[in-house]
Design a protein around this ligand. Structure first.
Ligand SMILES: Cc1ncc(COP(=O)(O)O)c(C=O)c1O
Length: 313
C-alpha cells in the first residue's frame, strides 16, 4: 500500500513513517485515531463542511481507505490504534448529522472488532457545535447536544452488541466564540439611494476574515448610546481596498449612525484574532479582557515597529 505510484500510494504512508520515527526517537508508542470521512453532507457553508467525500480531509469510509488505514496501523507494532474519529463540519445546530456520522463510524468500529477480536477503546465525534452569530441563529445548547450524542452512541452500541467506547468531542468555537465581541469605530457613512447605507469601520477582513472567506454572517449594534431614529438597512464594511471586505453584510442600524460611533460585533472569540492578518500591512488590534466592570489588555495592539521587525534593511 505504501509503494509510490498512482494506484498504490496512500496519504497514510508519510504520516505513518513520521509516527514510526517519533516512536523510535521517544521510545513511546503513539496512540492513533483514524480520521474517517463519513460521507455526511451537513447543512452549513461548503468551506466549513468536512465529511462529504469530495474534499481534502480524512480517509474515505465508502471507498475503503479508512478500513485499510485502520488495518495498517493495527499491524504496526510501533503504533497503537485507539479508535476512530470524524469531524463533520462547523456551525451544526442539531444532532442529526452527528447521528449519521456516529452510526457509520460504529459500523466500521464493529467490523474491526469482529476481525481482530477486540474493540477499539475510543470514539471521537469531532467538533462543530454551532454558536449564535446573528439574532436568527438558534443553536442547540452544548449540554443538550452532548446528551443526544451519548444516547445515540449507546443505542447503536447496544444494537451492535458492543461496549460503549470512551466518547470524545472537540468543540472549538462553542467554548470561546461567544466570549468576545469586536468593537469598531465608524469612519464614514455613505448612502446609496434606494439600496442601502455603507458604514465603514476601522477594521475589517484583517481582524475577521470569515465573511470574506465563506460568507459568514454577523450582527452589529451601535454601542455606548441609544437612538430613537428608525432603522435603515446597512452594510458594515472594512477599511481594506477590497469590495469583498465586508464585516456585516446586512444589518439594520439607527438612521443617525455616524462617524465616531462605536459598533459592537458579537461572537468574535473564535477564528477571528487567531486568523487575523496584516492584510495591506494593517496592524492587528489589541484584545481586552473585561470582568465585573474592570478591564485589562491581554494582547497589546500591534505597532508599525512590529510590522517592520522582520525587515533586514
Ligand atoms: C478536527 C476538528 N475538530 C474540531 C474543530 C472545532 O470546530 P468548531 O469550532 O466548529 O467546533 C475543528 C475545526 O476546524 C476541527 O478541524
Amino acid at each position: 500500500m505504501c509503494a509510490s505510484g498512482p494506484r498504490t500510494y496512500s496519504p497514510l504512508c508519510p504520516l505513518q513513517a513520521s509516527l514510526r520515527q517519533i516512536a523510535k526517537n521517544s521510545g513511546k508508542r503513539p496512540k492513533i485515531l483514524i480520521r474517517v470521512t463519513v460521507g455526511v453532507e451537513v447543512h452549513t457553508h461548503e468551506f466549513i463542511a468536512t465529511a462529504h467525500e469530495d474534499q481534502k480531509f480524512g480517509f474515505s469510509l465508502s471507498g475503503g481507505a479508512a478500513e485499510q488505514a485502520a488495518e495498517q496501523i493495527l499491524q504496526d507494532d510501533l503504533l497503537e490504534l485507539r479508535g476512530l474519529h470524524s469531524h463533520i463540519g462547523s456551525q451544526i445546530f442539531d444532532a442529526s448529522g452527528f447521528e449519521v456520522a456516529a452510526r457509520r463510524l460504529l459500523s466500521l468500529h464493529a467490523r474491526i472488532a469482529e476481525r481482530h477480536g477486540r474493540e477499539l477503546p475510543e470514539l471521537d465525534l469531532g467538533g462543530g457545535f454551532g454558536i449564535a452569530y446573528t439574532t436568527q441563529d438558534e443553536p442547540a445548547e452544548p449540554h443538550a447536544l452532548a446528551g443526544d450524542l451519548l444516547r445515540i452512541v449507546k443505542q447503536e452500541c447496544a444494537a451492535l452488541h458492543l461496549s460503549v467506547p470512551h466518547l470524545s468531542v472537540e468543540p472549538g468555537r462553542a467554548i470561546v466564540g461567544p466570549a468576545m465581541f469586536t468593537l469598531y469605530e465608524v469612519g464614514t457613512v455613505k448612502d446609496v439611494d434606494g439600496i442601502r447605507t455603507y458604514v465603514s469601520v476601522d477594521g475589517g477582513m484583517s481582524d475577521n476574515i470569515r465573511p470574506a472567506l465563506y460568507d459568514a454572517a454577523y450582527s452589529a449594534t451601535v454601542a455606548g448610546r441609544a437612538s430613537t431614529e428608525p432603522p435603515i438597512l446597512a452594510r458594515v464594511v472594512g477599511k481594506h481596498c477590497e469590495s469583498g471586505d465586508i464585516v456585516v453584510k446586512d444589518e439594520f442600524l439607527p438612521a443617525d449612525v455616524s462617524a465616531g460611533d462605536l459598533l459592537a460585533v458579537p461572537g468574535t472569540g473564535a477564528y477571528c484574532r487567531s486568523m487575523a492578518s496584516n492584510y495591506n500591512h494593517v496592524p492587528r488590534p489589541p484584545v481586552v479582557a473585561v470582568v465585573d466592570g474592570e478591564s485589562r489588555v491581554i494582547v497589546r495592539r500591534e505597532t508599525v515597529d512590529d510590522l517592520l521587525r522582520l525587515d533586514v534593511g
